[in-house]
Ligand binder design. Sequence first.
Ligand code: 6PG
Length: 228
Amino acid sequence: MTDVELVVLDDAEAAAREVAGRLARAAAEGRSVVLTGGSTPKRAYELAAEEQRDWTRASLWWGDERCVPPDDERSNFRMARTALLDRIETAPGAVHRIRGERGPEAAAAEYEQELRDVVLELVLLGIGPDGHVASLFPHAPTLAERERLVVPARPQLEPMVDRVTMTLPALRSAREIVFLVTGEEKAEAVERAFARKPDEATPASLVRADDGRTTAVLDRAAASRLRV
Ligand code: 6PG
């Protein structure tokens, strides 16, 4: 039925704990980890920081960013900084944020350079209620990108600020992709992402690790329209 391993847990806290454990293990093993934005992963980041303080062997990347300064409350980096980075030890130069404040084109070009030749080992992603993933929105031209790893993007949901996003080829190159999705309001998007045919109407349905494992960690509410 699905090419994705589904892990369905009782509630959002249990789902956050599951993802935190995976992040903490990746950090301990010194893997390259791609963080996601939105609000859902915040608790997972806090728990991961409690579980593993030493992230000095890991490198950290972002799947997408809003074009705002890093201390803006809409910044994905800021959320990860307060929930995770401020509570752990990282190695100098190992935190690769997208410099969205430089504007979408410049920030995307700069991140593309930084990312070239990097093997992404663990990519964490959320899903929007419209089925978007990173800043790849339904039917957006960014979905057609086959060469670049990072591109500028226009928002289709709040916050309505320009974005920078990893592309499908970048995300699909990951050794492992883990989606974290919770809440009843995501149930329809989850059904479209994991139990229907891949479709540009639901960008999350297009994101699978080409040569690796893809897992969705869900709470019961988000999984309520799946037959599991
Ligand atoms: C972003 C995100 C985005 C997010 C989903 C889910 O910058 O907006 O990276 O793809 O993961 O919109 O967000 P929530 O967790 O807030 O529902």
